[in-house]
Design a protein around this ligand. Sequence first.
Ligand code: FAD
Length: 482
Amino acid sequence: GSSDAEYDVVVLGGGPGGYSAAFAAADAGLKTAIVEQYATLGGVCLNVGCIPSKALLHNAAVIDEVRHLAANGIKYPEPEIDIDQLRAYKEKVIGKLTGGLAGMAKARKVDIIRGRGEFVSANHIRVALTESSQYEQANETGEHQTIAFKNAVIAVGSRVVNLPFIPQDPRIVDSTGALELRQNGGRLPEKMLIIGGGIIGLEMGTVYSTLGTRLDVVEMMDGLMQGADRDLVKVWEKMNAHRFDNIMTNTKTVAVEAKSDGIYVSFEGEKAPQEPQRYDMVLVAAGRAPNGKLCGADKAGVAVSERGFIEVDKQQRTNVPHIYAIGDVVGQPMLAHKAVHEGHVAAENCAGHKAYFDARVIPGVAYTDPEVAWVGVTEEIAKRDNIKINKAVFPWAASGRAIANGRDEGFTKLIFDAETGRIIGGGMVGTHAGDMIGEICLAIEMGCDAEDIGKTIHPHPTLGESIGMAAEVALGVCTDLP
Ligand code: FAD
């Protein structure tokens, strides 16, 4: 191959971390390229993650909302669902966003090099050029290009973990397969098993369930949605019990057999049925593995852990000072908003500024119905790490807006440091919780106490008001607004 191009910054991977780093580097005046093996920018998040899942979840939530209206005297017939059209809607959403990114790259003169990149030295990446029409599919053209860089940013993300005992079968899918809505010859499955009771599995389960699929879920840990406090999850569980035939916590999947009439799965553990269970479809959502070992990082001298993570300092630098790493490949939480912030830090350092990743907290959200959102110190963490806290809870049963919406099952919880009185965590369960948790993040970053939050005038009547109300609960003020 030729070695004609030299860049100030080469970003390996075009996901949320990668494109954010590249755009910020270009904005700082650096000559920048992105190497991406698939046809579109946006990575997992835009193509097969955050965005398509939310496009489907939105439609599911509207269907569920319409069903709730029956109790208010407004009755619609059961919806007629055209899966092909729904899929086309989802693809249109993705296309709008990835197209927007391509335009933003062009406007900044960021070169996009389509291919699979591998470090060949501490200053060179060799790219096997690819052609692809679909995300997660790329054919090498046979041509190569070697590019030289002053700085590199590794943003290669993560991939689905495949469990070794699970056979290959079109009825057994990962999150990408589930988002395709293509199983069983175009018909959605009657009965689906979700392996892994985390956010991704439960979000996809919500979509399928609303479209008519019965669910089982199996989880090795003692509860679903690990990371969130149990009191939040309990509300979600109560509202979603109708979707599930069997919630198997503390249970292991031990065998999966593909037969002509279905997928037969055997379990072991607390809630395990004795007999193998039959499913039309199985969604494997048992976690994601970092791609650090798949990009020749060792040839650049970059240390990669046994599991494939790349260790970085607070400036996002690897052990090789001019090579940075960001996003899912540097560790948990594997979330797009973390990747974006890390990308900006890496770009600023490439431009010679000193920037540090020093976020106090990173929020987590399950975009289920109701949504579950949490940030910072949870009650679970406080207990584990012996942090003395005060908590304040505002039940949405006292929120005028939640009652008017017919959705008052939720609550808002704030967690304060018992010594300083400052807010250090919070959680919300209820409709739109994910849209509101950002205020609690800001309060934590700003070092607010209950008075700062409680005396901030929130608009009435809103669900967001529940954050101010929870702070007033902490202050012992009577909340008299519902
Ligand atoms: P990725 O998005 O994984 O992008 C890495 C890119 O690098 C890929 O495009 C890949 O093709 C490319 N690449 C890798 N190796 C090479 C190579 N050698 N050469 C060339 N290109 C390469 N997060 C949220 O915050 N909110 C959500 O609601 C959410 N929902 C999700 C739903 C699902 C179903 C899934 C699977 C994930 C979800 N996530 C969500 C997680 C989110 O998608 C990731 O945290 C995010 O995409 C990580 O960004 P990244 O830039 O690190 O890597």
